[in-house]
Design a binder for this molecule. Structure first.
Ligand SMILES: [Zn+2]
Length: 291
């Protein structure tokens, strides 16, 4: 091993990684030297893009959050938002009709698809971000920084899953994860980056459809992530390794197979450092910037 070629910092961003499951299954590689639960009470809605964006910039963007509040009020998702009367339609109408209402009426009323509008906001708004601390950084795309986690493909597959056919979505999620994993290792193989921020939507997407089947379906995915972390840690013992999630996942109801975002997130480090809130990742990384 040529340790002089180790990246200074590696961040593994695992969307939807649930603190309670890491604890329950004692996933040692993911837990690292120190691990902790992150508090999300500063985020008015617990949705993916603004939380990742905040990790990169060190602050919660009110304008971006506003877009998500409007979306959450209509869709009734997000942990900290009061549902509007029309979300009760969801209890009456079949899901497909709900999607139709959302796509044709409500989405336009809130200014368009919030996922595509906020997928690259950190760069579009030219916000100072963690990548600027390093000369040679690499990422495979993060929500808020060049990655849309819900394109028309995922939306179609979600609709299909809700109407009973979840195999195509499951396949899509696994394929996507495989591609992201290949990208991570080919970036590491180049031995030229000082800062690597890898991201995967894997546990968020699969958690939405399979969280109710923790032991039969979810556990193997957590073991896979645990193995991935182990492989990276073993290869780069001299790099600072941080693992972070934007939120965890919890079962929608006692008998449901579906999953929703939980109201806390996960963090761990191989240095013993901890943070309390996702946006504090920015400060932590700034302490270790090169030069
Ligand atoms: Zn997420």
């Amino acid at each position: 091993m040529v340790t002089s070629d180790s990246p200074k910092i590696i961040v593994l961003g695992i969307d939807g990684l649930e603190y309670n499951l890491v604890e329950e299954w004692r996933l040692k590689n993911i837990m690292q030297k120190a691990h902790c639960k992150l508090n999300l009470s500063d985020y008015k809605v617990v949705v993916t893009p603004p939380i990742w964006g905040s990790m990169l910039t060190g602050k919660i963007d009110d304008e971006i959050m506003e877009i998500w509040i409007k979306h959450a009020e209509i869709m009734g998702d997000g942990v900290h938002v009061k549902r509007k009367w029309w979300t009760n339609l969801g209890k009456i109408l079949p899901t497909k009709v709900n999607f139709w209402f959302y796509n044709h009426l409500f989405e336009k009323s809130i200014g368009g698809d919030p996922f595509s509008r906020t997928a690259n906001y950190v760069l579009e708004k030219n916000e100072p971000n963690v990548f600027q601390f390093f000369e040679k950084s690499w990422t495979n795309g993060i929500p808020g920084y060049g990655r849309n986690v819900s394109t028309h493909v995922e939306k179609k597959l979600t609709e299909q899953a809700i109407s009973g056919k979840s195999t195509p979505f499951r396949k899509h999620i696994l394929n996507f994860y495989k591609k992201d994993k290949i990208q991570l290792f080919s970036a590491l193989d180049k031995n030229e980056f000082d800062f690597i921020f890898w991201y995967t939507t894997f546990l968020d997407h699969i958690g939405h459809i399979d969280m109710g089947k923790r032991v039969t379906l979810m556990m193997k995915h957590y073991l896979e992530i645990n193995e991935l972390v182990g492989a990276v840690a073993e290869r780069y013992p001299d790099s600072l390794l941080y693992i972070i999630s934007d939120h965890g996942m919890e079962q929608m109801g006692p008998k449901s197979r579906w999953g929703l975002h939980s109201n806390h997130a996960f963090f761990s480090s191989n240095t013993g450092e901890t943070i309390e809130k996702p946006f504090q990742l920015y400060n932590l990384i700034s302490k270790h910037k090169s030069g």
